[in-house]
Design a protein around this ligand. Sequence first.
Ligand SMILES: C[S@@+](CC[C@H](N)C(=O)[O-])C[C@H]1O[C@@H](n2cnc3c(N)ncnc32)[C@H](O)[C@@H]1O
Length: 196
Amino acid sequence: MSQPPQAIDWESRYQAGATGWERAGPNPAFLSWRASGALAPCRILIPGAGRSHEPLALAEAGFDVTVLDIAPSAAAAQAARLAPFGARARVVTSDLFVHAPTPPYDAIYDQTCLCALPPARLSEYVALLARWLRPGGRLFALFMQTGEPGGPPFDCPLPVMRDLFAAPLWAWPAVLDAEVPHGPGRVEQPAVLIRR
Ligand SMILES: C[S@@+](CC[C@H](N)C(=O)[O-])C[C@H]1O[C@@H](n2cnc3c(N)ncnc32)[C@H](O)[C@@H]1O
């Protein structure tokens, strides 16, 4: 069955400067994962990377970085930043539901990509994440908590996330890290999931 087209025009949001999701620097959870060694140099994919700071930080730290985004201007911004890293970094401008990057990856960093996707397609996205990650690979997720209907960002309540990322394919940590603020009334719940 064919899928509906991408409903949200992300490029227009970048062009209009309507990018309230953007952080001034790397996510505190990202910095914590780097400092602890949980996120150590490997082959990593950042879907829906936008113009975020993390891909450059990862490339500078020696990771093999693949960025994927549907918005041409965001992808171009990442390509300009990552150009100095040559074959160790690449940018794919595509709808992630249409063009899959070449798996497998050791890690995936999802920062407000999942919550930007139409909720009706989340199961499909989770299946793609499982396909892109090697067994034993890790998903570094920031699950958006808005507590409100509608979006984007779409609310990602933990019980729903636990159902989507369920055993035996996914393993959750026994204890989750502290939530990270993300604008008024919103927090992100960091979680490192292992793809079995
Ligand atoms: C809320 S923004 C987050 C951007 C970035 N991760 C950050 O933290 O600044 C969502 C991003 O996902 C991208 N995106 C949304 N749907 C997509 C899709 N189907 N395929 C690829 N990228 C998509 C958008 O272009 C946008 O850059």
